[in-house]
Design a protein around this ligand. Structure first.
Ligand SMILES: CC(C)(COP(=O)(O)OP(=O)(O)OC[C@H]1O[C@@H](n2cnc3c(N)ncnc32)[C@H](O)[C@@H]1OP(=O)(O)O)[C@@H](O)C(=O)NCCC(=O)NCCS
Length: 384
């Protein structure tokens, strides 16, 4: 028996689990590419549909390919009545991420061949999920507030239609740009916890719906996708800009984590956070409410203090989740709905990783170093 304790990589930190050509995160220089295209270029020049195609197929679509892809997305947006009914039952009392997980899992019922893992069949299932998850999210938001379901509108683009379905009104040009930006920025981020969780499930050759359900469960936590909701809660708890420094200093002294800061890979400013921050500043020019102005003032003071205290010394910088909440509030979205938007966007990345992984599948099965007892004598229950 081997008794030499191996090096244990807690949280799989620094462990390479595969090769991938989907996205590259350069954590030292604060850069991100999807299929070789910089996130800044895609955010400025592309849209979510095109980015989803790029992630899934590995190349930008031609005009015909784009029309075919967006046509499929539009045709599949609506969700079955049974799914809406379950959302309606759960939404008033459950967190929207629990509703998302359950409703996404239900979609397997409508797939006649869920275990078909051929390339085309897999991509087709992913397209269905990309199409329907925003509708599930929007229906959850509506039913939480005891409002009517708004069916998708085929005349609108993917993310704009989501905003219309949840808010019940057509967004203006600036709002449309903001929601599409958030969908693009959240679409993919290599082997983060939820993508890895998707791959663990997919590696057992379970179906795409099972893998997606795993991903949603993993994304919920505040150390991962749930940080956007948690960060806005903290900004609200700070309350007024002048309370920012005191609140953060006390939280750090109490060894609390400041939500929306720090990252396993980025040891500098998250490039996605930079983009969100710049659009948030632009929204200040559009006659924002007092709430939005207050959020931004608090966020900027918190950002400065955190960078001064922990940025250069410990590599803890703002991540995308810090500014996401204030930006979603500009769009009138409630904080519990932030992470469901992350789900709807990240489906493109999760699906692309399933396609890539199944190309060279190997079941994920790491090992633990056992530190318990061996060969204990079994004592019957009446003698213990
Ligand atoms: C993202 C996160 C989970 C990464 O964790 P990680 O790579 O395992 O890093 P660690 O938890 O080992 O943290 C390293 C050190 O930085 C500190 N740290 C990390 N993030 C911190 C934060 N947000 N606030 C305060 N301190 C933080 C840790 O306390 C630890 O300090 P120590 O070395 O003195 O013990 C972590 O930064 C975090 O909890 N951030 C807040 C949640 C969040 O915003 N998540 C979204 C990420 S996109």
């Amino acid at each position: 028996m081997n008794t030499a304790k191996p090096t244990i990589n807690y949280g799989l930190e620094g462990i390479y689990v595969d090769e991938s050509s989907i996205s590259k995160v350069d954590g030292q220089n604060g850069k991100l590419w999807y299929r070789g295209y910089s996130i800044e270029n895609l955010a400025e020049q592309s849209n979510f549909e095109e980015v989803s195609y790029l992630l899934l197929y590995g190349k930008l679509p031609t005009k015909n390919e784009y029309d075919d892809f967006t046509g499929k997305l539009k045709d599949r947006r609506d969700i079955p009545k049974e799914v809406r009914d379950v959302i309606k039952v759960m939404a008033p009392t459950s967190h929207p991420m629990d509703v998302m997980r359950t409703a996404a899992s239900m979609l397997v019922m409508y797939d006649k061949d869920p275990n078909n893992r051929n390339l085309d069949a897999t991509i087709d299932k992913v397209i269905t999920l990309i199409a329907k998850l925003p509708t599930i999210a929007a229906a959850t938001g509506r039913f939480r507030e005891k409002k009517e379901y708004i069916p998708p509108d085929k005349s609108l683009g993917h993310s704009v239609n989501f905003l219309y379905m949840i808010n019940g009104k057509r967004p203006n040009e600036f709002e449309s740009k903001l929601i599409d930006l958030m969908f693009i920025l959240h679409a993919e981020h290599s082997t983060n916890a939820s993508t890895f969780s998707v791959l663990v499930t997919a590696s057992t050759l379970a179906d795409v719906y099972a893998a997606t359900t795993s991903g949603i469960g993993t994304l919920k936590g505040p150390l991962h996708g749930g940080a956007d909701e948690a960060a806005l809660k903290m900004i609200n708890a700070i309350g007024s800009p002048d309370n920012t420094e005191k609140y953060i200093e006390e939280a750090l002294e109490g060894k609390q984590r400041i939500m929306g800061f720090g990252h396993r890979v980025y040891k500098t400013y998250d490039p996605r956070a930079k983009l969100v921050r710049s659009y948030l500043e632009e929204s200040l020019e559009k006659e924002p409410s007092d709430e939005i102005k207050r959020h931004l003032q608090i966020a900027l003071r918190a950002e400065k203090l955190m960078i001064d205290k922990l940025g250069k010394s410990k590599g803890i910088w703002p991540n995308i989740d810090f500014f996401a909440g204030p930006l979603y509030r500009v769009l009138g979205i409630e904080s519990e709905m932030f992470t469901p938007i992350f789900v709807a966007s990240r489906m493109a990345g999760w699906g692309s990783h399933i396609v890539e992984y199944w190309n060279n599948n190997k079941i994920v099965r790491p090992v633990e170093w056992y530190i318990g007892s061996l060969d204990l004598p079994y004592v019957p229950i009446n003698k213990r």
